[in-house]
Design a protein around this ligand. Structure first.
Ligand code: SF4
Length: 280
């Protein structure tokens, strides 16, 4: 389903922040970007599987650093005719970039699949990651392969098979109730919250990542946090990463959650579960 949505323009590409850190902002124009300084992943080379100049996702999170979704895609597929980047082009671009980094003796910590939308929508994710795993081993064996996903495609066997080849799979879970989830992630109307939770709970030892925001949407209120902790406990992640806005957001009504509040939420999780929580 195509959907034209209001887009607050974001600065595009890679930006340097006040502390001199290179970080992602807006849409990427290439299938490889960076390296950028990631709060969580160190020096990270980004891989974007979505065509340039477009954001394609199953969600339209109002805080998304890529801006608003240009093309909402159904979780079930049916978009094979879409103009996806070719595997050979992506693999060639990653390989050339790793070669240049090696030549310049630059180190990277991770190769992170993120970019202009939801990476698991890429129809040939399995053969792509099989190729990139080999290239990583040959050219940059210390770099970890990481993917950030909203989890909506976990129910597909081929996607789960591809995800097993990553060193780290980070799945988004920003809310513990369906009503809050629909506000903070804005999925398509036929989205099924219960099905998503079952997929996440059934996935073995992911990293869960949760964005907290204040302002026009507030997922830090006590009741919401309690429901969210219940789901986090069920998912039993090997690590829970929580954070707030670090860049401008397409919804100007959203504000950053103070670090002290994030620390209180983290402590509450630690008090009620055995989960390793990191605040960024
Ligand atoms: S799931 Fe990720 S890519 Fe999609 S809208 Fe949300 S933050 Fe952006």
């Amino acid at each position: 389903m195509n959907q034209e949505t209001f887009r607050k323009p974001l600065k595009q590409g890679i930006q340097i922040d006040a502390r001199g850190r290179a970080k992602v902002s807006g849409l990427q124009h290439e299938s490889v970007f960076g390296p950028v300084d990631s709060r969580r992943f160190g020096c990270s080379l980004g891989v974007n599987l979505i065509p340039p100049e477009k954001k394609v996702c199953t969600f339209d999170c109002p805080y998304c650093e890529c801006g608003r979704t240009d093309l909402y895609l159904q979780e079930e597929g049916g978009w094979d005719s879409f103009d996806w980047p070719r595997i050979a082009d992506i693999v060639g671009h990653v390989s050339q970039t790793l070669e240049s980094l090696n030549r310049a003796r630059n180190q990277i910590d991770t190769i992170t699949f993120a970019g202009n939308g939801e990476p698991t929508l890429y129809p040939d994710l399995l053969p792509l990651i099989e190729n990139l795993t080999r290239i990583r081993s040959e050219q940059f064996p210390t770099a970890r392969l990481v993917i950030l996903t909203n989890g909506t495609r976990l129910k597909h066997r081929s996607v789960r098979r591809a995800l097993r080849l990553f060193d780290e799979v980070c799945i988004k879970l920003d809310a513990g109730t369906e009503s809050m989830y629909r506000r903070i992630n804005q999925p398509l109307p036929d989205f099924r919250f219960d099905a998503l939770i079952e997929s996440i709970v059934g996935y073995s030892k992911p990293v869960i990542q949760s964005m907290f925001v204040n302002g026009s949407i507030d997922n830090t209120i006590e009741e919401e946090v309690n429901h969210w902790i219940h789901l986090i406990d069920r998912a039993s992640p090997k690590r829970l990463d929580i954070f707030s806005l670090d860049r401008s957001s397409p919804d100007p009504g959203l504000t950053e959650v103070p670090r002290s509040t994030l620390e209180l939420i983290a402590q509450k999780v630690r008090d009620q579960t055995r989960i390793n929580v990191c605040v960024y």
